[in-house]
Design a protein around this ligand. Structure first.
Ligand code: UDP
Ligand code: MG
Length: 297
């Protein structure tokens, strides 16, 4: 069985067509899980009417907007299918492309992400998205071109293992790869948004770079924070100490050093170094307490 999860926020004009095109494409047993992410237009009513006529539609309703991570998580929890598809509700992801994702899944991948190679969004969004994906390819081992494509196919186990909060849904392939799942990518065709408006502006990249830092930190140092802070701390401390040793030698040679900017710089490095070092130890303490608790449970 296939579960299609569709989060929507104010997409009243797309939903009926989306439903019709989906049912025309899906051959095997399926369910469609619509997740209303706090819509303020008629979207909820449209889906309720569809659900009355078709028992394969299930509806999750948030009375306020909680964001895509929460919507997807709720959908994953409810999904009964062995295979799960997620897609946007605005008809930019085209139901007819689902088979491409399913084919690739059959090749032995656990998660297949769509790649909108020709993309119909604002130019600036497209360029920044390319940059964002390039940075991801450089900073992680994942060779992916369109990480945040909403159109994805999952084996059930992948969805069960994801823990998403905030805007981390953007990084699902990285998080899944970290769990050891095999990630694939396949080109899909994309369409212009015909109805309604995009829910994200340029600010998503600003937030995205912060979130990427979080994700990189989590995948590399979640259980060993001291290695990061310790290394940085010792490096700064070492550099600062070297500067101070040098200034001490200068002082012994008879020159005054009290007014040299280098003195302040050296002291600053030593202090910041010690702080980073201690911060790393504190973080390590948190991890060890948390792991200890897990054992007790
Ligand atoms: N969406 C949502 N909750 C939000 C924002 C968006 O469920 O807080 C849905 C939206 O209705 C659409 C999908 O997520 O189905 C992708 O949003 P959008 O098309 O606005 O993003 P874009 O394609 O412009 O990146
Ligand atoms: Mg869209």
């Amino acid at each position: 069985m296939i579960s299609v999860i569709i989060p929507f926020l104010n997409e009243e004009q797309s939903l009926t067509e989306l439903y019709q095109r989906l049912t025309a494409v899906l051959k095997k047993e399926f369910e469609i899980i619509f997740v209303n992410d706090g819509s303020t237009d008629n979207s909820l009513k449209v889906v309720q009417e569809l659900a009355e006529k078709d028992g394969r539609i299930r509806l999750i309703n948030f009375i306020r907007n909680k964001g895509k991570s929460a919507a997807l998580t709720a959908g994953f929890k409810k999904a009964r299918g062995e295979i799960i598809i997620t897609m946007d509700a605005d008809l930019q992801d085209q139901p007819e492309e689902i088979n491409k994702l399913l084919e690739k899944l059959k090749d032995g991948y656990d998660l297949v992400s769509g790649w909108k190679k020709k993309r119909y969004d604002k130019k600036i969004i497209v360029y920044f998205s390319r940059l964002f994906n390039w940075i991801i390819r450089k900073t992680t081992k994942l060779q992916i071109h369109d990480i945040n494509c909403g159109f994805k196919a999952y084996r059930r186990e992948v969805a069960e293992n994801l823990s998403l909060y905030g805007d981390l849904y953007r990084f699902i392939p990285i998080l899944a790869a970290k769990e050891g799942f095999k990630i694939g990518e396949t080109e899909i065709s994309h369409a212009l948004r015909r109805y309604g408006r995009s829910k994200y502006g340029f600010s998503k990249f600003f937030k995205g770079f912060f979130d990427l830092t979080t994700v990189l930190f989590l995948i590399n140092f979640k259980t060993k924070p001291f290695r990061l802070f310790g290394t940085a701390g010792i490096s700064l401390f070492g550099l600062g100490s070297a500067i101070l040793v040098y200034l001490t030698a200068v002082w012994f040679s008879g020159e005054s050093i009290g007014r040299r900017p280098l003195l302040i710089f050296g002291m600053l490095l030593v202090i910041v170094g010690i702080q980073l070092f201690s911060l790393g130890l504190m973080a390590e303490l948190l991890v060890s307490v948390k792991e200890g608790k897990k054992k007790d449970d």
